[in-house]
Write a new protein. Structure first.
Length: 288
């Protein structure tokens, strides 16, 4: 398993068997098949642009509808609830027994990508898969406790700063907040600690689009990273993210930027207004 970069793994995933995870590509990459899982584009693989060229074969397995099909072989199922669901289908075709260890790993992917079975991608197939994984030995309570109830105190302090900075625009329909690099340093938080904070912000009543702009600790990457969440089907945040080289799902996407917090906020506001004005006009025309 390869995860490029130096950012530490999220603490809530510490219970998973990740001891053999490597952070730099192996020296014999030319003899290996590169299996890219849940990566919408090649940039998600890491900073080494030669990675795809060096691998013997690249297999792209994903469920993002805007996947760029960067693989030699592309298995992209846009209506799947999660890449975990696609992997389960693959294992079935390969007649791989569903062990408790495999079931637990797949359940983590399924439950997190569906937002604990609350997002719109929670399909009947996803729920049937959850039941199958539980029957195979996935520890539902244990996974919930580790993933959702193992929160570092520094992350709670980071959340407090994001809540304090939250601003409403367009009559409360757009909510934007930001985290500064100094916030991470002052509370003793790493970049992964910001994971999930946007899900607290999206609970604001009336908010149709929520954005979290963050300045992660300096790691040589982009100066700012932006997460977007939409509660309205007509607002495709992946389209907004693609304008800045990002991507994702219709209702959950992100991008990186060197622009200022104020410039990013205005970019998001304009995109939201364009999307909602067009949708509202279409609704009005349909009602006439």
């Amino acid at each position: 398993m390869l995860l490029a970069g130096v950012a530490p793994l999220p603490a809530e995933l510490g219970f998973m068997p990740l001891d053999e995870l490597v952070r730099v590509p192996p020296g014999d990459l030319e003899e290996r098949v590169l299996l890219a899982v849940d990566c919408a584009n090649a940039r998600r693989l890491g900073p080494d642009p030669a990675l795809l060229e060096r691998a013997k074969l690249v297999v792209d397995v994903d469920h993002h509808h805007d996947n760029t099909r960067f693989g030699s072989v592309n298995l992209v199922v846009a209506d799947a609830s999660s890449t975990a669901e696609i992997v389960r289908d693959l294992l079935r075709e390969l007649e791989v027994p569903l062990t408790s260890a495999i079931a637990e790993a797949l359940y983590v992917g399924l439950v997190t990508d569906t937002g604990r079975f609350q997002y719109s991608n929670t399909t009947p197939k996803a729920l049937r898969l959850a039941a199958e994984l539980v029957e195979a030995g996935a520890d539902v309570h244990g996974i919930f406790r580790h993933v959702y109830e193992t929160v570092q105190f520094a992350k709670l302090k980071l959340l407090a700063r994001a809540l304090d900075r939250a601003q409403l625009f367009e009559g409360g329909r757009l909510l934007v907040s930001h985290l500064l690099r100094s916030d991470f340093e002052e509370v003793g938080a790493e970049e992964p600690y910001s994971e999930g904070i946007i899900d607290y912000l999206r609970q604001a009543e009336g908010a149709e689009l929520v954005a979290l702009i963050r300045e992660p600790p300096s790691d040589g990457g982009p100066k700012r990273r932006v997460s977007l969440r939409s509660s309205r089907d007509e607002v495709d945040v992946s389209a907004l993210a693609r304008r800045s080289g990002g991507g994702g799902h219709r209702q959950a996407a992100g991008f990186a930027s060197e622009a200022s917090v104020e410039e990013i906020t205005e970019f998001i506001r304009r995109g939201f207004v364009e999307a909602t004005d067009g949708a509202d006009a279409a609704d009005a025309a349909a009602g006439e």
